[in-house]
Design a protein around this ligand. Sequence first.
Ligand code: URA
Length: 467
Amino acid sequence: MTQPTQPLHIVDIIRHKRDGLPLSTAEIQHFVHGIVDRSITDAQASALLMAIYLRGLSPQELAALTTAMRFSGETFDATPLHTFTIDKHSTGGVGDKTSLLIAPILAAAGLAAPTPAGIPGICVPMISGRSLGHTGGTLDKLETIPGFNTQLPLPEFFDTLKTCGAALIGQTPTLVPADRILYALRDHIGTIESPNLITASIMSKKLAESLNALVLDVKTGSGAFMKSYDDSRHLASLMVQTGTLAGTRTVALLTTHDQPIGRFAGNWLEVQECVDIMQQVRHPMSADLIELTNILAGSMLHLAGQADSPQLGAALSDEILRSGAAYRAWLSIVAAQGGDITVFDTNTSQNGHPSRSGEPASRIYSRTLVAATSGYLASMDCTQVGWAVQRLGAGRTKPGDPVSAHAGIEMHAKLGQRLTHGQPLITLFSEDESLLAEPHHMLQETLQILPAPPTLQPIIREVISAG
Ligand code: URA
């Protein structure tokens, strides 16, 4: 590491960025070390994050920040497994639960093609995040499975991968700790929507997994952090460049996100939707989720050498889902991470809310929003829909707050669908009855019904890769 000739002071570093001066690698390293060893306060870290948000980063600064965050703690090394390591990460969405399906699909493919040492031929060492802004988080969803440990120490993470082909954990105090701290801070100080900060956050986690290949799902549209197509494209290019420079084959798919993905948005609700799909119960509202999952998993299977094209990969992914192999892989991953798999046994329901099997049902309140007029569901601000889900109790208002397992929404209609007056559109669920009114109003305000059908964007807008 470069040794600064003069002592560095965080206040000077904040001033430099505030005034639009470039930061040196040493200054960026000083910042990242300081947040991890807690010599820099949250107020100082927040000030620098806001300065970065407003002033941006040069390519050199972005590379320095990503590298410093990647090496801010332990990193994972799968080389002794002699397997193909691959992961996918999304820039965040509403009802975006593809990770819960993709990890077992890839694990099943890897188990079917073991290495000579009997290890799955593909491994997915997935480091995920919690809910961020209006979007949900994979860790919060997984933790609704009683006992599921998202903080496995690295040796257990390694063992789970070796036997199951996938493991899903979060940043910990020792694994990418800088992202753990900055991620939680950014959620509360209005600095999420920065292409540089998103790139450093995602790529520090993914590069700490020492992957052979990475597929990025970069959202664009009203539910994405980057709303405009150009901004989403810029974010995708930054991440692809960062991954490629670090030696990881990186592909970004720009995907449309103008409405919640699938049938449910909410922590347990999303786990249940994925379990249904893996158990071969395909609800019509889950069709877009299944399509997106197969496209992303297909691209991964292609990169892993299991399919001659991403399209053939998507067909293989669907076959793995339909055969039950993904569900078997899911059960073994959940069990290996301490989760109680009996909660998936039967699907009981309360007020239309699918509950965890065998659990004493907590009281769940619901309210259904209906079409105020006949016509076509034409548009919605999907970010507002995400905030409505968070305010039902699915998200947190400050770092460390607990999240509700059961809060969320069920979609009864999708964009472009023909509606008749009074038809159910969305059901809201909450464990606290007083939390239903505001989200109900937010959803009522944002759903637009028009006489003519809207023009809809395709699910995949563009694929961006280095070469
Ligand atoms: N996902 C992440 O891991 N980080 C971000 O900043 C946004 C989405």
